[in-house]
Design a protein around this ligand. Structure first.
Ligand SMILES: Nc1ncnc2c1ncn2[C@@H]1O[C@H](COP(=O)(O)OP(=O)(O)OP(=O)(O)O)[C@@H](O)[C@H]1O
Ligand SMILES: [Mg+2]
Length: 740
């Protein structure tokens, strides 16, 4: 199968420059490709895999390639198959998380995990931590749940278990460690594995099972890693362990694009690599093939403001191209309108919508832009951030599915025990929780015990029994069904579809559509369109694989992936991608660079690298926009243009003048999806004004969505659907709602 004619080999090198060729055809061994954006690092990686197979005669089975997203993994596989002209089911290409998951799933016993362990995302983690704090009467102001979560994740990223964390006798740290320990216990009991755990567990799995380690070391002759600058300590250790003395490693990266320092990534890993992996060959690529020279020059100048760079040259043989357009919006609505109007022009000029990307620093910025796109009837898709699989209705449906697989999954049980409402109140859930905690059992078990010994009787007892019966019945009903049938059945029979259908307005409709989309996604999944699960199988096995995929890869395969829509994403998730036309919105002091990062030089440099990443996504045309007046956290503030704009060479910039309509400063609200501004409500000047469909947070009830509003001034009331607590009417003046 691997026989090649000389013609085949040269075709692997045909479309490469000399430095790229050197990298692709380097002998087996360790190699670092250090090069700037758009210089072909990812292309080199793909060609190198093909070379290893065709010329070095490695089996696909002997190759492990790590990409940054699952989408990138799919693309890499497709490109490889095209290059080699064969189907590559055996090759392991994926993110660190998906590969770790694969290891754990295969060796669940050695990893001391239940067979049907579930992956939990940040949202689930946070719920779990909030519950822990409540259960143990720990002050959540002193120990904010997010901080606890961050602490636990950082420990795991550094490879530390609770007993290994140094508290230095500090009481605060002691409490944190105790929380980590309790959190871990809860996860163990429920068979729950968070993202950090995936990596740490799989590292421990290999480290503590010499025979397994020997097996994988024997198997993987070559490991390849894209975006190496963003690996963290644990990932580095993982690679080192797996590579051992025998495997070769090819890593590619760009220190100027290191943007995950805040999440534990260590750009020093690049230097460490050169030192710790013997005989590393370092290759530099200097020609950029992506961008016009105007865009590239701007990027080069911008990044030159950072100190301590590893130093790389980047040039292009391409044309100068158009200048970079800068637009100062009157406010955020005006900024959004400019973007959408310009996109219309670009589409008229012949660009496909999917060739156009809108990038922003913070997720919250997308809403105004989304609303403008919707009003103008412009299709779009969001990549990254609050995505399909993170939406409330989808998480509810997934929670039912998880319960089918694993009744001990407390987080899922709690999520749906009263969704849709079935008369199980917070008091009853509280009883179950206490019981579960006191006896060290799952909520599911506590539910059964409380019913059978009469602790919960009457209406509450009946409601609990009905819920337990529902879950059992769903389990029975779905035996033998295919994955999408299972999901369809659960959507209907759990009452979720009905629940959202009866919700007023477009939001309910959108939720029902999302539930339907989940069925579509499941069908696509089993047909093997997504990711690398040749063993996805049928029924429950497929369900398990699907849930893992959903958790690993929230939103990556929305049903509209192939639709021709404008692409919206955060700058972080744009890494590695390229688009003919790019807008970077909100280029303002405090937003970008983010105000949390402005004080500290190190973090400011990371913001600048993020800007470098953004600018270098553009191939032909780049727009930078900002708003002079922006609604942030419910207040209107005057904004100043970002320092990053001033750092760009003036001769490459062109200011776009206001044209057409200018929107007036509106003290009112953002309109909700398709709703008029009259639907907004405000209780007074010093309170946030809110609109229907808006997400809010309440100190007691958590996060929810505004369904209804009535009255003005003192009497203004809103109806909010809270995720765990159901719908409530609240008086705005008292409710302390914070817009999200
Ligand atoms: N030798 C070449 N000839 C023509 N096009 C090339 C060549 N090398 C790379 N390209 C093209 O240049 C673009 C950038 O390549 P690639 O995405 O591999 O760069 P990269 O270094 O990985 O960028 P980033 O740092 O953003 O991840 C792609 O469209 C790629 O196909
Ligand atoms: Mg790349």
């Amino acid at each position: 199968m691997n026989d090649v004619s000389p013609g085949d080999v040269s075709s692997l090198l045909d479309d490469l420059n000399p430095a790229q060729r050197e990298a692709v055809s380097a002998p087996l061994g360790n190699m670092l490709v250090l090069a700037g954006a758009g210089s072909g690092k990812t292309r080199v990686l793909v060609h190198r895999i093909a070379w290893l197979m065709q010329v070095e005669r490695l089996s696909p089975y002997a190759i492990l390639a790590v990409t940054f997203t699952n989408k990138a993994a799919r693309e890499m596989r497709t490109r490889l198959e095209a290059l080699l002209g064969l189907s590559l089911r055996n090759i392991w290409v994926g993110t660190f998380h998906s590969i770790a998951h694969r290891l754990l799933r295969t060796h669940w016993q050695d990893a001391r995990l239940p067979q049907h362990f579930q992956i939990i995302d940040g949202d689930d983690q946070l719920r779990l931590i909030k519950r822990l704090l409540k259960d143990h009467n720990i002050d959540d102001e002193r120990y904010p749940p997010r901080q606890v979560m961050y602490f636990i994740s950082s420990c795991k990223e550094e490879g530390l278990r609770p007993h290994q964390v140094q508290t230095h006798g500090d009481a605060y740290m002691g409490q944190m460690v105790e929380l980590y320990e309790r959190y871990q216990l809860t996860c163990e009991r429920g068979g729950l594995v968070d993202f950090g755990e995936l990596l740490l567990r799989s590292l421990e799995l290999l480290r503590d099972n010499p025979r397994l380690l020997a097996h994988y070391r024997e198997r993987f002759a070559h490991l390849l890693v894209d975006e190496f600058q963003d690996t963290n300590t644990l990932q580095y250790a993982w690679l080192k362990l797996l590579a051992g003395d025998s495997a070769g490693l090819t890593v590619v990266g760009d220190d100027d694009q290191s943007i995950y320092g805040w999440r534990g990534a260590r750009v020093e890993n690049i230097r460490r690599f050169e030192q710790e992996f013997p005989n590393t060959r370092t290759v530099r690529l200097e020609q950029n093939y992506r961008s016009t020279s105007a865009i590239l020059d701007a990027a080069n100048t911008l990044i030159s403001h950072n100190a301590g760079r590893m130093g790389k040259e980047l040039w292009t043989a391409g044309a100068k191209g158009e200048p970079i357009s800068v637009y100062a919006g009157f406010n955020d609505l005006d900024e959004a309108r400019f973007i959408v109007d310009t996109i219309k022009e670009k589409v008229d000029e012949g660009f496909n919508r999917r060739e156009i990307a809108i990038l922003y620093r913070s997720n919250a910025q997308s809403r105004v832009i989304e609303e403008t796109l919707i009003r103008q009837g412009m299709p779009y898709r969001i990549y990254g951030g609050q995505r399909f699989y993170e939406r409330l209705e989808i998480k509810n449906a997934l929670a039912y599915l998880r319960l089918l697989l694993n009744r001990e999954d407390d987080a899922s049980l709690e999520r749906v025990i009263n969704v849709p409402a079935r008369g199980i109140g917070t008091r009853t859930v509280e009883i179950l929780r206490e019981r579960a905690r006191d006896r060290g059992i799952s909520l599911w078990q506590a539910l059964h015990d409380s019913v059978s010994d009469g602790t919960c009787k009457g209406r509450a007892g009946n409601a609990l029994t009905a819920f337990a019966n529902l879950i059992e019945r769903l389990d029975n009903d779905t035996a033998g069904m295919s994955l999408h049938e299972i999901i369809d059945h659960i959507n209907e029979m759990s009452g979720l579809v009905e629940h959202h259908r009866s919700e007023k307005g477009e939001k309910g409709q959108a939720r029902v559509e999302n539930l339907e989309e989940l069925v579509t996604a499941a069908r696509a999944f089993t047909q093997g369109d997504v990711f690398e699960l040749p063993e996805a199988g049928e029924g429950m096995a497929a369900l398990e694989a699907f849930l893992a995929e959903a958790a690993l890869n929230a939103g990556d395969h929305e049903a509209d992936e192939f639709e021709d829509g404008v692409q919206l994403m955060t700058l972080h998730s744009a890494k590695g991608l390229e688009f003919p036309v790019v807008f970077i919105a909100g280029v303002e002091e405090g937003l970008f660079p983010h105000k949390m990062s402005m004080e500290e030089p190190g973090r400011l440099e990371e913001e600048r690298r993020l800007c470098y990443v953004g600018v270098t996504r553009a191939m032909h045309k780049l727009y930078l926009t900002y708003a002079e007046l922006r609604r942030l956290h419910g207040k209107e503030t005057f904004q100043r243009a970002s320092r990053f704009l001033r750092e760009l060479p003036e001769e490459l910039l062109e200011e776009v003048r206001l044209r057409g309509q200018v929107s007036r400063p509106v003290t009112a609200t953002r309109p909700g999806h398709g709703l008029s501004q009259q639907s907004s409500v405000s209780a007074g000047d010093d309170l946030p004004s809110l609109s229907l469909g808006q997400r809010v947070s309440h100190p007691l009830f958590g996060e929810g969505v505004i369904l209804n509003a009535e009255g003005q001034g003192e009497r203004a009331r809103v109806q909010v659907s809270f995720e765990g607590e159901g719908d409530k009417w609240l008086v705005l003046g008292f409710a302390k709602l914070t817009p999200l």
